[in-house]
Write a protein that binds this ligand. Sequence first.
Ligand SMILES: [Zn+2]
Length: 188
Amino acid sequence: MDQIFQQRSDRIADKLEKESIPVEIKLEASDRLREIRSDQRHVLTQEGRETFVLQYLKGEADRFKADDETLADLDAETPRSRPLCTCPDSGCALKDGRLPAAFAEDKSLQRNIREFRHNHLGDPIVLNDAEEKLDEKVERVMSVYDIVLIALSNKCSVSEVEATHTGDDADEPESDSDTEPTASAEAD
Ligand SMILES: [Zn+2]
């Protein structure tokens, strides 16, 4: 996954350097990328993904135990009503807002989650929720990358591309057929 993100963000960075693409399009693309910066931080690296999941587990555990008084401090509107995990173990890490000790450092987060779900004596609901939120973030970042790439490749406005690509990523930005008529201006 890291590689896919890296490739796309490299391609975007390349395009943002191209003098043949109008400045206003590049600015719009940069603005759009800025909007997903916090999501990017959570999806681009394994460390970021773990940080997000850990923060989510902790936040949800706090929300689950919260009463009216403590809720305001958590910046949450409602307590969590669904259980964190359905296992009988009172020492379950998920119920305490921690990553399970069984998570191995040399495995991907996805794999750790999958194995934990398989081996745990209960439904790790809060972990499933965290994974779902993470997937949403990944999708959001990917779709902005795609849209920005299409816009930069076609030298058209990002909002225009967004309007025509509603949701499904039907057409991938293909290898750009950027004809560079001002090739001499590109030389540095
Ligand atoms: Zn459990």
